[in-house]
Write a protein that binds this ligand. Structure first.
Ligand code: ADP
Length: 348
């Protein structure tokens, strides 16, 4: 292969790529490679350019063994880390006196790395969340078998705590399954025609006992009468149940949770007909530092209070995925000391 043809061939590879021949010099490099490793790298010794020891080793080994080697190259453009999978593949008959050369390609695998890191974090979080109630249950079983065996009063108290811990595990598993279902359906558009104000009224009716127990007044108001939308009524029930329950649980000290629905023909956020449902509480509010991360799985603004109230930390993550599936938006505004407003905007 002529040198020109070789350079053309390397430049057509859709990722950073360079060719090193048996003289250990770079004989061709494409633009992606020069952007990453610096200009004028051709004719230079590969070790002065590749620099990272594991990549130099892989190149040396491939030149020596005339085979294929793989390794990782880590780059940082000042803003973020990028991980490349480097493959050094030997090619016969090219390079100086046709003695063979090694083609090194750099495939960006950062997104794969991030996905596997997220999976590891998720497994660690789930295990931690399950272990906490499990440890409590095992502790109480031990106590009931031993010191508290004949203590009737202690037995009843411990059994109540064990019931609470078991329900916490149950809620966690339910929420995990919900999240899984919602995530797997996120790209399937809902098709059901439903009336939103009636749905909100029915949710409020079923949450009224919870609100009364917490001394919270639950009020629905709307400005347009019935609002028809296309959606998934079970999932939207879950969205508004989670938001109103949170309003009662975390914002209940304000004494009142308002659910307010407004429909418009041209919503500014949706640039078309939409309905906005706001869940408004007058509780302690949320520190602004937490707002950007509030919909992440297991993220809690107030961990102590969430655990005390039996929260799983998954409610808002579920809400976000369902709203996404409906091509809607979720907005959270909060003023410390004044309360919070969770707004769901759905297209009509
Ligand atoms: P949890 O199961 O902990 O309630 P969520 O995902 O529903 O999980 O909520 C995440 C966190 O957001 C909660 O732990 C709580 O700290 C905070 N939060 C949610 N809603 C409110 C609210 N209305 N007022 C204050 N904090 C809230």
């Amino acid at each position: 292969m002529s040198e020109n043809l070789l350079a053309e061939f390397v430049s057509a590879i859709p990722m950073p790529a360079l060719l090193v021949d048996q003289t250990e010099r770079i004989i061709a490099a494409n633009t992606d490679a020069t952007t990453m490793l610096g200009k004028n790298i051709e004719t230079r010794h590969f070790a002065t350019i590749l620099r990272q020891p594991q990549v130099i080793d892989a190149m040396e080994q491939s030149l020596r063994s005339k085979g294929t080697t793989r390794t990782r190259h880590l780059a940082n453009d000042g803003a973020q880390d990028t991980t490349f999978e480097v493959e050094c593949r030997y090619m016969n008959g090219v390079g100086a006196v046709s003695a063979g050369a090694v083609l090194a390609t750099f495939q960006d695998v950062t997104h794969l790395e991030q996905a596997s890191q997220m999976r590891r974090d998720f497994v660690a979080n789930v295990s931690h969340e399950l272990r906490t109630p499990l440890t409590a249950l095992m502790g109480f079983i031990e106590t009931l078998r031993g010191p508290a065996r004949d203590d009737v009063a202690a037995r009843d108290r411990f059994l109540q705590i064990m019931t609470d811990e078991a329900s916490r595990m149950n809620r966690l598993v339910d929420d995990l399954l919900s999240l899984n279902r919602v995530e797997s359906e996120e790209r399937v558009r809902p098709k059901e025609q439903l009336e939103l104000i009636g749905l909100l009224q029915s949710i409020i009716n079923s949450l009224r006992p919870l609100a009364e127990d917490a001394g919270v007044e639950l009020v629905l108001s709307e400005t347009h009468g019935p609002v028809s939308i296309v959606g998934d009524s079970d999932q939207l029930r879950q969205v508004f149940t989670n938001l109103i329950e949170n309003g009662i649980k975390y914002g209940g000290s304000g004494g009142r949770v308002d659910v307010h629905a407004t429909a418009s023909d041209r919503d500014t956020a949706m640039r078309g007909p939409a309905v906005r449902v706001q869940v408004i509480d007058k509780g302690p509010g949320i520190d602004p530092v937490h707002l950007p991360r509030l919909t992440e799985r297991f993220y809690r603004a107030d961990s102590h209070r969430s655990r005390q109230l039996g929260g799983t930390g998954l409610g808002l993550a579920i809400v976000k995925h369902i709203v996404n599936r409906h091509r809607g938006r979720l907005r959270v505004e909060s003023d410390l000391g004044k309360g919070s407003v969770f707004t769901v905007i759905l297209p009509r």
